[in-house]
Design a protein around this ligand. Structure first.
Ligand SMILES: [Zn+2]
Ligand SMILES: [Zn+2]
Length: 344
């Protein structure tokens, strides 16, 4: 089969012919219908500092966001059948460690597997994965939309952890997950939604998806606008997706006392946090991170939301390209609002 393989540490990847994977008793073999290019794939491809220190075992087939059809199931697999459409839960928990046994398998700390990093990923014609991590997606959902379920579930986990119903929310960063968070915040019953980005194009999209106030962080003063619109109080919830030190330092200034900040964006160097005492301690802010999706609460909630057909999933699709045009896809990913979809 054709696959996009990260072969050596350093920029680039190779489009190669490799064997179709053989499955074990507890695994399923899936024919990939569509996959999506995540920022983290771009990091692996470009070999940015974020991934350089991860000591990834290479070679590995890249990619983790996908929708595929099950073509074979292992002998011990129950509840998943040939023909089912599935998305992959990227995190593969060990099932044995303290995290796994206390309701947090999504942040398993016993060598948690990660699709497309520690195991072969989805930028290929076929992928195998543990049946546990195969999430059934209704067959009526278009395959390109199915390919973005994993990041959509990440956005949902961030908002669920914050609790946004009846709350004012600032979404900082309008990449795909940020835009998804805007629409999901609206769906979940947030009051005012502020979308913040340096890209006017992405802000226009955020407005379309339900943001009340769009703030261009390049030309406008985020702190001033949010404080003004919230009568000097600040927002109840902020979701930080930029991983930008300047934004992170400003976020505590836009928070209502006792508000909650959910950190999603990655930062690959020691962070200087100027407003710790005045911002965090005096305001009793709640700071939390999220990593991936809760297994499996987030997926259950997401499937229930999808059933309503009220989300504008097409808005998150940037471009559609054949997998072999991966170089073009990487270039496009820097400018497109929404995910670049790759078809094997
Ligand atoms: Zn991703
Ligand atoms: Zn574990």
């Amino acid at each position: 089969m054709n696959a996009l393989v990260k072969t050596v540490p350093g920029a680039g990847a190779q489009y190669l012919q490799v064997d179709i994977p053989m499955i074990k008793d507890d695994e399923v073999l899936v024919k990939v219908k569509a996959s999506a290019l995540c920022k983290s794939d771009v990091d692996v491809y470009e070999w940015t500092p974020v991934v350089q220190n991860l000591k990834l075992p290479l070679p590995k087939i890249m990619g983790h966001e996908f929708l595929g059809e099950v073509v074979e199931t292992g002998g011990k697999v129950k509840g998943i059948n040939v023909g089912d459409h599935i998305a992959g839960e990227t995190h593969i928990p060990c099932g044995q460690c303290n995290c796994c046994k206390t309701g947090n398998p999504h942040i398993c700390n016993n060598g948690m597997g990660v699709l497309g990093r520690s195991t072969d990923g989805a930028f290929a014609e076929y992928i195998k994965l543990p049946a546990l991590c195969a999430i059934k997606i209704d067959n009526s959902i278009p395959v390109e939309h199915g390919a973005i379920m994993e990041p959509l579930a990440t956005a949902l986990h961030a908002l669920s952890k914050a609790g946004v119903s009846g709350k004012s929310v600032a979404i900082l960063g309008c990449g795909t997950i940020g835009l998804m968070a805007v629409e999901l915040a609206r769906f979940l019953g947030a009051t005012w939604i502020f979308a913040v980005s340096t890209s006017q194009f992405k802000l226009d999209k955020a407005l379309k998806l339900g943001a009340d106030f769009c703030i261009n962080n390049k030309t406008e003063d985020m702190v001033q606008i949010i404080m003004e619109k919230t009568h000097g109080l600040g927002v109840d919830v902020a979701v930080e997706l930029t991983g930008n030190e300047g934004v992170i330092n400003n976020v505590v200034k836009i928070m209502k006392p006792a508000g909650k900040i959910v950190f999603v964006g990655m930062i690959d160097y020691p962070l200087t946090f100027n407003n710790y005492m005045l911002g965090v301690v005096y305001k009793e802010l709640v700071l939390t991170g999220i990593f991936g999706r809760r297994i499996f609460d987030t997926w259950e909630m997401l499937n229930a939301i999808l059933e309503t057909k009220r989300l504008n999933l097409e808005e998150y699709i940037g471009e559609r390209l054949p997998l072999k045009d991966y170089e073009k896809a990487i270039k496009l990913s820097h400018s497109t609002a929404g995910r670049v979809i790759l078809i094997p």
